[in-house]
Write a protein that binds this ligand. Structure first.
Ligand SMILES: Nc1ncnc2c1ncn2[C@@H]1O[C@H](COP(=O)(O)OP(=O)(O)OP(=O)(O)O)[C@@H](O)[C@H]1O
Length: 915
């Protein structure tokens, strides 16, 4: 054996004898112990800190193992090469192979295993594939690949099904047999996909229509997968063989001149082995910080799952194109096959030489085999050669490929990770169990509680029963004792009586004493307990009484306090009331003074007008100098004496000038004189004492004439006022009527515009309305219409007089109706007064409102008016008056009227008004 330096664990041979060191072709055994491939247990121990158990594991070196297998001469070679020796000589015991250059020169190569043409399929499997299969079962990826010239036995080595001759079974079949035997069918699973790579296209050999499968590389882990390929789970060997047969049937095979059964595609079988840690020692797998794991913690730790993959690759033939005889399509095919094979060769060269760049991406084959060469898989390569000297070149090429592959060092890694899905399932089952257990315990607990409760109730009922019996017994006993005591006392009493009867003198006292004594004794015997009880009750009563007395005292003191406060409050109220009264008096006085001052101001303005006009006329008023000066004098007197001053001055004038003289001045040519005179007369007429004198002296007639004839508004106003004053007297009222006063007043009412004139006229008519005797005449002469006509002015003073007149008229009319002097409905209603009455029944001016309210009440007293009143809406006003009027007498009158009138009652019921 030539000496050589070792690189990546593989020997570097001299050029002449370029051979690797003899290697044990079994489970890889690196030189240093630390480089031993990890056992499952050691691998798991390292991986307990991460979710992907083997992810961070750099792995251990594992060189690609290469065996060479020599095919026996086939029939053709037997014949064609009959005169020639084989181009190779195998030395299996030395694991060497000699490639003859010529008869005298040869080259020797050393492989991990050299398999002669007599090597059985079993032997080939055991040295080439079995170690890899074992590693796969332990959780490592593995690759078994056959490389060689077409027809040298690659498919024979890998893919023989051996159905007729089981000894002929190839590596694929045997590997699956070992895998199925090595796994737990309960916990583990095996699945396969089978595909071919042809013309840089991956086709599914199980579902051929699936002919463009993509290669997917995990950017993080570098793992390569073909998720598009069909994956079939394998339960038994038979189904696997069926799949292989199906795949083979689909595998494209083109006839070539070299071998009619030659495979033009690369066949790739992927076997996925998934093994869980179920049934293994989890305590060992998951140590805690202190090395001890509780059973609970252990049971909730995620189990380990190992997902390894065995890739078996049956490469297409590696012959050169020029020798294949391929042309046309097959030439392209051959180029494509050699493209991927040459790419594989380049990668292996780069890996063997430790180049920085390995061109894996140059072909799909190298992309697929990335993990097998220079990756994490354990890889075993079998190179197949034929003996024919005619193919020496290809054989040499194949040998050199194998030699270079031997230099490729992989970093074998355990493919394991935490199985969270499995843990989740396990936890769910555990949870279900716990819930069921909890429910069971809860039920047991509730049953226990119910049992205890029932027992307690029974005991309680029993105790109560016993208590009642004992109580009854005690009661009976005491009753019996009591009766016996009474009986004894009675007996004693009778005995004493007998003694008394035998000893009459003093015996009575003695007997009484005895009786009393016995009674006391008996009583004491019977009621000593009761006395104690009564004493206790008495004590309680005393305490209760004391506390009640305290409470009463407390309340009394509070009452006294509040009474004091109330007294103080009352004194304050009285004081305030007094102040209020003073204020009211003060206000009244002031209002009186204001009224006087207003009247004086009016008088003074008249006088000022007169004086100015006199001066303008230049002494034409001389005749009345005395009167004027007197008026003037009276004015100053008024200013001096407020209140009665005016009356006093007029009275003086009356005395000094004489009534006749004054009345004559009413007919004076001079209008001013007439004005002064009528004012004086009006003032005199305001005094009831003067009224008769004025009428007797013809003053009324003069005033009426003046009213009729004068066009002076002041004269008309003052004259009307004077007439109104005189009309306060009943006798005068008749005189006024006789002299056609109503017509005159009605005419004035119709003509006048001045509100004060109208007020005076309305006042005069209103006074006349209050005369029972004048009712029909007044109405006949248009007095009511005149009144109603004056409301056009709207002045509240005028309206108040109109209202007063109507009220007066209604009152008289009512009286007449009551006395039977009048039949039929009210003349006021006939003259159309009702709408105005209703409209002003709630006038905001109280003098108007009050008179109207009275008028309504008078009208309503007579059933004959009721219908019209209802029609005009007077009923509502009557109801309002009966409820809201501030004057009690009017309120009562309205109420009485409403309740006594059948018509009103019917209407109220119809309107559903509660009355
Ligand atoms: N070791 C062997 N013992 C007996 N016969 C063999 C052996 N190796 C191969 N043969 C026979 O050689 C012939 C070709 O073998 P095989 O088809 O396996 O070659 P191959 O390398 O797969 O060819 P290709 O690359 O064209 O697929 C087959 O008839 C096979 O039975």
């Amino acid at each position: 054996m030539a000496s050589g330096s070792y690189r990546n664990g593989a020997p570097k041979l001299s050029s002449k004898l370029d051979r690797p060191p003899s290697a044990v072709y079994s489970t890889p055994k690196p030189a240093a112990k630390s480089r031993q491939p990890p056992t499952p247990a050691s691998g798991l121990r390292r991986s307990n800190s991460g979710s992907n158990a083997a992810k961070d594991d750099a792995g251990v070196p594992g060189r690609v193992r290469v065996a060479v297998r020599l095919r026996p001469r086939n029939a053709e070679e037997m014949e064609a090469d009959a005169d020639f020796a084989d181009c190779v000589e195998v030395l299996p015991e030395l694991k060497r192979l000699k490639l003859r250059k010529n008869n005298w020169d040869s080259e020797t190569y050393e492989f991990d295993e050299v398999l002669t043409e007599f090597a059985s399929q079993k032997r080939v499997y055991e040295v080439v594939a079995k170690p890899v299969v074992e590693s796969v079962l332990e959780g490592y990826n593995g690759t078994v690949m056959a490389y060689g010239q077409t027809g040298t036995g690659k498919t024979f080595t890998l893919g023989r099904l051996g159905e007729e001759d089981t000894a002929a079974r190839g590596i694929m079949v045997r590997a699956m047999e070992d895998i199925l035997a090595g796994i737990s069918h309960d916990a583990d699973s095996v699945s396969v996909s089978y595909m071919q790579l042809y013309m840089e296209t991956i086709q599914d050999l199980l579902v051929p229509a699936n002919d463009n499968i993509a290669i997917v590389e995990d950017p993080k882990t570098g793992d390569v997968s073909v998720p598009g390929a069909t994956i079939v789970e394998i339960r038994d060997q038979r189904s696997f063989v069926e799949l292989l047969r199906l795949g083979e049937a689909h595998r494209f095979a083109a006839n070539t001149k070299l071998n009619t059964e030659s495979s033009r595609s690369h066949a790739i079988l992927m076997v996925h082995v998934r093994r869980s840690s179920k049934g293994r020692n989890d305590r060992e797998t998951f140590p805690t910080e202190n090395g001890n794991a509780s059973p609970l913690v252990t049971s909730f730790r995620p189990p380990i799952v190992r997902k390894s993959k065995l890739v078996v690759v049956d490469l297409a033939g590696s012959e050169r194109i020029d020798k294949s005889g391929s042309e046309g399509h097959t030439l392209e095919e051959a180029k494509s096959i050699n493209l991927s094979l040459s790419a594989l060769g380049k990668c292996i060269n780069a890996l063997a030489e430790n180049s920085a760049h390995v061109p894996f991406r140059d072909s799909k084959l190298t992309r697929l085999l990335r993990d097998s060469f220079g990756g994490t898989a354990r890889t075993s390569l079998v190179v197949t050669i034929g003996p024919s000297p005619r193919h020496r070149g290809e054989t040499a090429s194949t040998i050199m490929f194998g030699q270079r592959a031997m230099k490729v060092e992989n970093m074998v890694k355990l493919k394991e990770e935490f199985d969270y899905k499995s843990l989740s399932r396990r936890l769910e089952i555990e949870l279900d169990k716990l819930i069921a257990e909890n429910e069971r315990q809860q039920k047991d607990f509730e049953n226990d509680v119910e049992k205890i409760r029932a027992e307690a109730q029974n005991r309680l009922a029993e105790a109560e029963k016993k208590y009642m019996v004992a109580l009854e017994n005690e009661k009976a006993k005491y009753q019996k004792d009591y009766m016996e005591s009474v009986k004894k006392l009675e007996e004693q009493f009778i005995a004493n009586k007998q003694i008394i009867s035998s000893d009459k003198i003093g015996a009575e006292n003695h007997a009484m004493n005895m009786e009393k004594k016995c009674s006391e004794e008996g009583l004491a015997a019977i009621t000593s307990d009761e006395i104690n009880e009564i004493k206790q009750l008495l004590q309680n009563e005393i305490l209760l009484r004391q506390s009640t007395e305290d409470e009463v005292n407390n309340l009394k003191s509070q009452l006294t306090h509040w009474k004091k406060l109330e007294a103080a409050g009352n004194a304050e109220i009285i004081k305030l009331r007094k102040m209020l009264e003073n204020e009211a008096n003060q206000k009244e006085k002031l209002e009186e003074e204001i009224a006087v001052l207003k009247s004086q101001l009016l008088q003074m303005s008249f006088e000022a007008d007169e004086t100015r006009r006199s001066l303008d006329r230049g002494g034409s008023g001389k005749v009345f100098t005395g009167l004027d000066s007197f008026v003037s004098q009276a004015r100053y007197s008024q200013l001096r004496d407020s209140g009665n001053g005016q009356k006093a001055s007029i009275a003086k004038l009356f005395e000094q000038v004489g009534l006749q003289k004054i009345l004559s001045l009413l007919e004076s040519e001079d209008a001013d004189v007439r004005v002064h005179a009528v004012k004086v007369v009006a003032n005199l007429a305001a005094e009831e004492a003067n009224q008769d004198k004025i009428v007797e002296a013809g003053g009324l007639t003069s005033l009426m004439m003046l009213l009729r004839s004068s066009e002076d508004e002041t004269i008309r106003r003052v004259a009307a006022g004077a007439i109104a004053n005189l009309a306060m007297n009943e006798t005068n009222q008749e005189l006024i009527m006789i002299q056609g006063g109503i017509s005159l007043l009605s005419m004035t009412a119709a003509d006048a515009e001045d509100p004060q004139t109208l007020r005076m006229v309305a006042g005069a008519i209103a006074n006349l309305c209050g005369n029972d005797k004048l009712q029909s005449r007044l109405r006949g002469e248009g007095g009511i219409r005149a009144l109603l006509g004056m409301v056009r002015c709207g002045h509240p003073d005028v309206l108040a007089q109109v209202a007063r007149g109507i009220a007066n008229f209604a009152k008289c009319e009512s009286r007449a109706s009551t006395h039977g002097n009048k039949v039929g409905k009210s003349l006021l209603i006939d003259d159309g007064a009702l709408p105005w009455i209703v409209k002003n029944a709630n006038n905001e001016a109280s003098p108007i409102r009050r008179h109207i309210e009275l008028a309504l009440c008078h009208l309503a007293q007579h059933e004959v008016n009721a219908k019209d009143m209802i029609g005009e809406g007077a009923l509502w006003e009557l109801v309002r008056i009966s409820r809201d009027c501030s004057r009690e007498d009017i309120r009562t009158l309205a109420h009485r009227t409403l309740t006594s009138s059948p018509t009103f009652q019917t209407e109220l019921r119809r309107l559903r008004i509660e009355y």
